[in-house]
Design a binder for this molecule. Structure first.
Ligand code: SAM
Length: 233
């Protein structure tokens, strides 16, 4: 019964995102129709899981709004078999959507998602959610500073950063494959722009600006020094 309710809610959300022009490609649409967002939100927000808004999770962080997850996946031009680095695991929801695109269960071609989170409680939270939703085999969650990337698994076909950076962290550019795409919100506390960064050659990147957005801060060596530096701006 509850399952039917959430399935209907999920379908309505996807129809809305298609009508708004956010969702376009069949593979992202299928992923958004498949991943159960209600599993990734805190229990008290389950009924609001398909409202198109960010919701609080643990430690003052948020699960991103569905339209932002959908848009970032579209802008990244994710494809079957890609190896993707996500910076900012949070609840694990976005990582599951990425996994559903690059490594769907019914495909022989298997991509991979590596997701880094700096807050230990969220690493545990995301791992539990991913296990419950059936993505633990396709998403590896790592505790660490994602501004340093994760060299051990590099280079990546795609990098998706889900926290606001003051500028594009150099290690992430280095760890992106030539021809690869990174999507990253960049700016200050009040205002960021989603940047779509394409690595043209070892030395050259091309940057395209997408929509304005507001994310929680990316805190780390190549991000904000701490949350206060970001909040005092
Ligand atoms: N993608 C998440 C989801 O689907 O729930 C939402 C992410 S939330 C908007 C941003 C996350 O980035 C927070 O959980 C925060 O702790 C994390 N974060 C911030 N700076 C980070 C860093 N340097 N490395 C890894 N994670 C970081």
């Amino acid at each position: 019964m509850e399952e039917d309710y959430f399935k209907r809610e999920r379908e309505n959300m996807v129809l809305k995102l298609i009508s708004e022009g956010v969702l376009k490609s069949p593979k992202v649409i299928k992923a958004m129709l498949t991943v159960p967002r209600e599993v990734f939100v805190l229990p008290q927000y389950r009924r609001q899981a398909y409202i198109d808004t960010p919701l609080p999770i643990l430690k003052g962080q948020t699960i991103s709004a569905p339209h932002m997850v959908a848009l970032m996946c579209e802008l990244a031009e994710l494809d079957l078999g890609h190896k993707v680095l996500e910076v900012g695991t949070g609840s694990g929801y976005h990582a599951a959507v990425i996994a559903e695109i690059v490594a769907p269960r019914d495909s022989k071609v298997k991509g991979k998602v590596i997701s880094i989170e700096r807050i230990p409680e969220l690493v545990e939270y995301a791992k539990k959610n991913l296990e419950k939703a059936g993505y633990a085999d396709r998403v590896t969650v790592i505790l660490g500073d994602g501004t340093l990337g994760y060299p051990k698994e590099s280079p990546y076909d795609r990098i998706i950063v889900t926290a606001a950076a003051p500028s594009i962290p150099k290690p992430l550019i280095e760890q992106l494959k030539v021809g690869g795409i990174m999507v990253i919100p960049t700016g200050n506390r009040y205002y960021q722009r989603l940047l779509v960064v394409k690595k043209i050659s070892k030395e050259k990147i091309e940057i395209r600006e997408s929509i304005p957005c507001v994310f929680v801060p990316l805190v780390g060596k190549y991000g904000w020094r701490d949350s206060m530096e970001y909040y005092l701006l």
